[in-house]
Design a protein around this ligand. Structure first.
Ligand code: TXA
Ligand code: MG
Length: 308
């Protein structure tokens, strides 16, 4: 198993064509078997080894690969069932990070690459985040420094009408321009208990720090801090940078970037930092809601703050 940097987050690489290797990825991550894996490739040619890479896929990827967009296409039979969690479509993506590409060229075959975190937890954006959770006997870590994008790729289904399954760094207008078709937006869904997922991978609670976290509007920060009876230490991911009114608890403030790109790039790192500062509660100041990248950020924040 090789953890590698990409332009979004660190991935956990393993041979996509080996059922044993893929099984090990699910085990190591503690990932539910209903949640399929993204197959990483050097480009359309390698993608065509595991899926039916048609003209629409070629159009889209000519404009957007290498880059943070994953395409769901009909899988070929040689790909182990486990990769797609039994489904007929496989997500393929060509990352733009030089280390990820070098690894794929050296291996010369597709690699599954889920984010290199235990299932449900915050994705790693630095090699240290990966090393903190797995030992070096299980996972070899290729250290490429900090990931620039900071949140995951956009997942778009091309099985039938184009549809965004997971919002991410690439927005729908870029996809529509490349494809020359309308793209259905990502839906906000809620998943009940153990029923099959409406679309795989959209688990309600995900990307979550260890510290219990709440998403709060700026004007609620003080009231919420006061309500958290018995909490001695709070970490606040702040946007406004306004001075806080005094509360009973110690408040450690992490000031987040104002712009969506900067915020996305800093988010997981801030959550990892927040987890390390020994707080009992993480408050995350609600970001703006305008624009698709803020939407992708909010998708992560909502899942990160969904109750266990
Ligand atoms: O940016 C990324 O995509 C990163 C880097 C490492 O490449 N990888 C990543 O993988 O985020 P993972 O496993 O953490 O998230 C994959 C997402 C999940 O929401 C999964 O359900 C969805 O993609 N997905 C994977 N295969 C799918 C499929 N065949 N159909 C529908 N959704 C799929
Ligand atoms: Mg993940």
């Amino acid at each position: 198993m090789v953890a590698f940097p990409t332009e979004t987050v660190y991935g956990l690489g393993a041979d996509a064509l080996s059922p044993a290797a893929v099984r090990r990825v699910y085990e190591l991550k503690g990932r539910p078997r209903i949640n399929p894996l993204i197959v990483h490739v050097t480009g359309p040619e390698m993608a065509a080894r595991v899926c039916e890479f048609d003209e629409r896929a070629a159009r889209l990827t000519r404009a957007l690969w290498p880059g943070p967009v994953s395409l769901v296409l009909p899988k070929r039979d040689n790909l182990p069932e486990l990769v797609t969690a039994g489904g007929r479509g496989v997500a393929v993506r060509c990352p733009s990070h030089p280390v990820a590409l070098a690894l794929l060229y050296a291996f010369d075959s597709p690699l599954v690459g889920p984010s290199a975190n235990p299932s449900g937890m915050v994705s790693p954006t630095r090699a240290e985040h990966v090393r903190a959770v797995w030992n070096s006997d299980d996972v070899l870590v290729l250290d490429g420094g900090a990931c620039l994008g900071g949140i995951e790729s956009t997942v778009v289904s091309l099985e039938g009408q184009a549809r965004i399954l997971r919002p991410g760094l690439v927005c729908s207008t870029e996809i529509e321009q490349a494809l020359g078709e309308r793209v259905l937006p990502a839906e906000v869904r809620h998943h009940e208990g153990s029923a099959p997922l409406p679309a795989p991978g959209l688990l309600d609670r995900h990307y979550a720090p260890r510290t219990p976290a709440l998403l709060v509007h700026a004007e609620e920060i003080v009231a919420t801090s006061r309500l958290a009876a018995g909490v001695k230490r709070i970490v606040l991911l702040a946007r406004s940078g306004e001075p806080l009114v005094r509360t009973e608890a110690d408040v450690e403030v992490i000031t987040m970037p104002q712009d969506a790109e900067g915020y996305a790039a800093a988010l997981y790192e801030a959550m990892h930092l927040g987890d390390r500062c020994g707080a009992e509660l993480m408050l995350i100041e609600h970001p703006p809601t305008d624009g698709e990248l803020w939407g992708a950020v909010l998708d992560r924040l909502r899942r990160a703050t969904t109750a266990r």
